[in-house]
Write a protein that binds this ligand. Structure first.
Ligand code: DX5
Ligand code: ZN
Length: 227
């Protein structure tokens, strides 16, 4: 995929819980502590109730993140994402993840993401069976994202059956497909997700909700055995 940074075991801080009035400085703080994958949550007010951010913010962060050796992991919680792939790629996304529940055209959209030069991912909600990933796994999939909360908000509690789901996904997916988990990741749940087979751990409130995001990142990465 576009960025090999996604393949290692890493904690990916989600800027959803950052202080947006000082977003650049907050990203610098976690990258200074070693973070290299920055997770960007895009919500449209339709697929999920909240509206968050769009390509302008991706573009505003892209140079800063890339020049520090990092990558932008863009999680699209939007309906019919196929109409928006090009603008996020142009804004500087390195990986673009769409929701399985948000379009009937998964194969087409994944191919569109790859053609735009980005890694192509599919996220599934807690109520979605991972079986459909098998249909695209060999062909067009770089990353699978298991939501361990219902998408839309930071700070929710980890849904325990996600651990079994991660294990099943890891077993079913080709070895080179990144397995990401998102929601309720903290020092307790992170090592459990790693044991279940996840390698990319998204953390929002556990990092940016802390008084010292850099220290929180370092502690979480250590708990997960991440680099
Ligand atoms: C939720 C988002 C997450 C969110 C996670 O819909 O996809 O990336 O930032 O937040 P925490 O880590 O607080 O559960
Ligand atoms: Zn996310």
């Amino acid at each position: 995929m576009a960025s090999d940074l996604f393949r290692a075991r890493r904690v990916a801080p989600s800027i959803l819980s950052a202080d947006f009035a000082r977003l650049g400085a907050q990203v610098d703080e976690v990258m200074g502590a070693g973070a290299r994958v920055i997770h960007v949550d895009v919500m449209d007010g339709h697929f999920v109730p909240p509206i968050t951010i769009g390509p302008l913010i991706v573009s505003a962060l892209a140079d800063r993140v890339h020049s520090a050796g990092g990558a932008l992991d863009v999680h699209l919680m939007i309906e019919r994402p196929e109409g928006h792939v090009a603008e996020f790629a142009k804004a500087g996304a390195d990986g673009i993840t769409i929701h399985a529940e948000a379009t009937p055209h998964l194969h087409y959209t994944l191919a569109e993401i790859r053609a735009a030069g980005c890694g192509a991912g599919i996220a599934i909600c807690p109520g979605t069976h991972p079986l459909l990933l098998a249909e695209v796994a060999e062909d067009t999939l770089d990353l699978a994202l298991c939501m361990s909360v219902n998408p839309g908000w930071g700070g929710q509690q980890f849904i325990e059956p996600s651990l079994g789901k991660l294990t099943r996904m890891r077993e079913a997916l080709p070895a080179d497909v990144v397995l990401e988990v998102d929601g309720g990741i903290n020092q307790d749940t992170a090592p459990q997700c790693v044991a279940a087979g996840a390698n990319l751990l998204v953390a929002g409130s556990a990092v940016f909700g802390a008084k010292d995001p850099a220290a929180a990142y370092t502690a979480l990465a250590a708990a997960a055995g991440a680099i």
